[in-house]
Design a protein around this ligand. Structure first.
Ligand code: C2E
Ligand code: CA
Ligand code: CA
Length: 346
């Protein structure tokens, strides 16, 4: 799904209108098997010889600009310039070391755990969300927001995500064996992983290999795929649920938050994004909105998890919405497995 357009020197004064023509093609939907499909376009532009002097370098620079265009919110055209060059050398290092790390069995990627609390009765730990960290030998400790977008762009999220899933399932199996048979582990699944043809087989393979109870595994997905291809998203999620695995819709309250998705995709759990939670804590209207969302989520028979709770006061406010689960710094930050074990397992 990537193409290179070469604009020759004699046409370069028409560059703007050429770019505009290409963008116009994507304004209208494509009609396929009775339905409209929308497709966005992102592009990066680099100039020869001002930006780079070899074919490889021109392509690389255009690719850096393209990555920036996608990072800034997709559906954009970005020109390569000196300003992104500073970040681009870092980007090239990140890419180089990330490729290396994934070839070394992903052992630089560690999984942290953040407790998820069941708040239906007394507050008790119900398990944890697995959150990846990259402990790079050359670049140091890197948080997911700083490398997941690039990992998705390069397709490296597939081996990394598989590694996280395996590690998370192994630890959960251990907690289950150590006197907490109902503890569940939530694992984030990128849309890039969801689009792999063999994703369901991969998940099943890891469940069998680790011996975790499928019902103790919960995969967190976002609605992004549904926006473009609801049919496909529904099919994949139902295949995942057929394994006995739970599905959570993550980041609800950001982006589209369409109720149509909730009834169509029918996840087991809906997770309210912490951005929404913090707005609802300070803003009455946002709180009212969240209250309506919560009612509808419950009426659809889905469970509700509120993320980003940091204080007792916030917890009391959010408990009025009758969530099933809560998560946040109030109970604990994400931590290495031995620390999680000390506080919530032993
Ligand atoms: P997310 O799935 O929404 O994860 C929750 C993030 O919010 C985590 O940040 C967590 O540490 C943070 N958080 C939790 N409670 C609180 C709180 O009370 N206050 C504040 N201020 N923050 C809180 P983290 O670990 O940096 O992860 C960021 C994002 O990176 C995740 O957002 C997720 O989208 C992505 N991510 C993390 N691990 C993975 C992974 O293994 N695979 C994929 N595909 N994405 C991942
Ligand atoms: Ca998540
Ligand atoms: Ca979330």
């Amino acid at each position: 799904d990537e193409f290179i357009v070469i604009v020759t020197g004699s046409s370069v004064d028409r560059l703007e209108s050429i770019i505009n023509d290409i963008q116009q093609i994507f304004v209208r939907p494509w009609f396929l098997k009775g339905e409209d499909y929308y497709c966005t376009i992102s592009a990066g532009v680099a100039f020869f010889p001002t930006d780079a002097r070899t074919v490889e370098d021109v392509i690389r620079r255009a690719d850096i600009a393209l990555f920036n265009a996608k990072k800034e919110g997709k559906n954009r055209i970005e020109f390569y310039n000196e300003a992104i060059d500073g970040t681009s050398t870092k980007r090239l290092d990140l890419e180089k070391y990330m490729r290396k790390a994934t070839m070394n069995e992903c052992d630089e990627f560690t999984v942290y755990f953040q407790p998820i609390i069941n708040v239906k009765g007394e507050d008790v730990c119900a398990g944890a969300e697995a959150l990846v960290r990259w402990n790079s030998a050359t670049m140091g400790f890197i948080n997911p927001v700083d490398f997941i977008p690039l990992a998705e762009y390069l397709g490296l999220i597939n081996p990394i995500g598989e590694h996280v899933l395996r590690e998370a399932a192994k630890h959960c199996r251990y907690w289950n064996d150590m006197g907490h048979p109902d503890y569940k582990v939530n694992v984030n699944l990128s849309v890039v992983q969801l689009l792999q043809n063999d994703i369901v087989k991969k998940i099943k393979g890891i469940i069998d290999e680790v011996g975790i109870e499928p019902g103790n595994l919960c995969l967190e997905v976002t609605e992004s795929l549904a926006i473009n291809d609801m049919v496909r998203m529904k099919r994949i999620l139902s295949e995942i649920k057929a394994l006995g695995v739970k599905v959570a819709l993550d980041d609800f309250g950001t982006g589209y938050s369409n109720f149509h998705y909730l009834s169509e995709l029918h996840p087991d759990i809906v997770k309210i994004d912490r951005g929404f939670t913090s707005k609802a804590i300070t803003d009455k209207k946002e709180y009212y909105l969240l209250n309506q969302f919560s009612n509808m989520i419950h009426n659809l028979g889905l469970k509700l998890c509120i993320e980003g709770i940091e204080t007792e006061d916030e917890l009391q406010k959010m408990k009025l919405l009758k969530p099933d689960y809560c998560q946040g710094f109030y109970w604990g930050r994400s931590c290495p497995y031995d620390e999680f074990r000390k506080h919530f397992v032993d």
